[in-house]
Design a protein around this ligand. Structure first.
Ligand SMILES: [Zn+2]
Length: 158
């Protein structure tokens, strides 16, 4: 269902996929934790998979918001293997930045982006660069993060 999605002005080629704007992003994901939960739903469909050994035999580590792999004995977060891995930037800001980039009719400048999400211009540049690169590498993931599901949820019930 998500194959060959082409973005045209923030809409995909299936004529679907309204993107949340940054206000909707902040309302829907009011905390870092709610952003992580959202990512887990998108990437794992509720069942954590170890990024190192692909095992789904895990125990939650709720305090750290991570999972412990019972097969290879490491712990991991849903951000491993995504652009969010090892960044100090709040996931909410990431999600807001993704929504800004995907919703922009023309390319948004890193300076504008920095102003909108209240980060300094170096961080704005870093985010813009990472998001553009990720759009080439993991377009489906970014797309689903800010997709406004309610707009077409009726079509997904069966
Ligand atoms: Zn493992």
């Amino acid at each position: 269902m998500y194959g060959n999605i082409v973005l045209v002005n923030g809409r995909d080629n299936l004529g679907r996929g309204d993107k949340m704007n940054i206000i909707q992003v902040y309302q829907r994901f009011p905390s870092h934790e709610s952003c992580l939960k959202h990512l887990e739903k998108i990437r794992w469909h509720g069942k954590p998979v170890c990024p190192y050994c692909k095992s789904d035999n895990s125990s939650p580590l709720p305090k750290e918001l991570r999972h412990h792999c019972n097969t290879c004995n490491t712990s991991y977060s849903v951000t491993v293997g995504t652009i969010f891995h090892k960044t100090k930037i709040d996931l909410q800001k990431w999600f807001a930045a993704i929504s800004l980039v995907l919703n922009a009719k023309k390319e948004i400048s890193s300076r504008q982006l920095a102003v909108h999400i209240e980060v300094n211009k170096n961080t704005g540049w870093y985010l813009t660069m990472r998001i553009r690169r990720a759009l080439a590498e993991q377009p489906g993931l970014l797309q689903r993060i800010v997709e406004d599901k309610e707009a077409y949820i009726g079509g997904k019930t069966n």
